[in-house]
Design a protein around this ligand. Structure first.
Ligand SMILES: [Zn+2]
Ligand SMILES: [Zn+2]
Length: 94
């Protein structure tokens, strides 16, 4: 199983059906979620940060997220989310 994010398909289940969701916990935990938008996979419930430029999936977001899991740019359009690249990985642990 390739864990490659192409910005359009869920890396967990491979589906491409997403809806905008709001997650108060993740907004508080991650500054880039607070500034951006979240999409949830209709197939498995995995959540993704939305790219502000192309509206595709920037990266997967989950409660135990570590800074090294985040991409340095959008896999679809190459846009760089400064809130993601400057995150030091500490806010999720309070
Ligand atoms: Zn999925
Ligand atoms: Zn993009």
């Amino acid at each position: 199983m390739a864990e490659e994010n192409d910005g359009k398909h869920c890396i967990a289940c491979g589906k491409d059906n997403f809806s905008i969701v709001h997650d108060e916990w993740m907004k508080r935990a991650f500054p880039f979620v607070e500034q951006g938008q979240l999409k949830m996979c209709a197939g498995c419930g995995a959540k993704y940060l939305v790219c502000e430029k192309c509206r595709n999936l920037y990266c997967r977001i989950h409660p135990a997220l570590e800074a090294w899991e985040l991409p340095d740019k959008c896999p679809s359009c190459g846009w760089i989310n400064k809130d993601v690249t400057t995150w030091d990985g500490t806010s999720a642990r309070h």
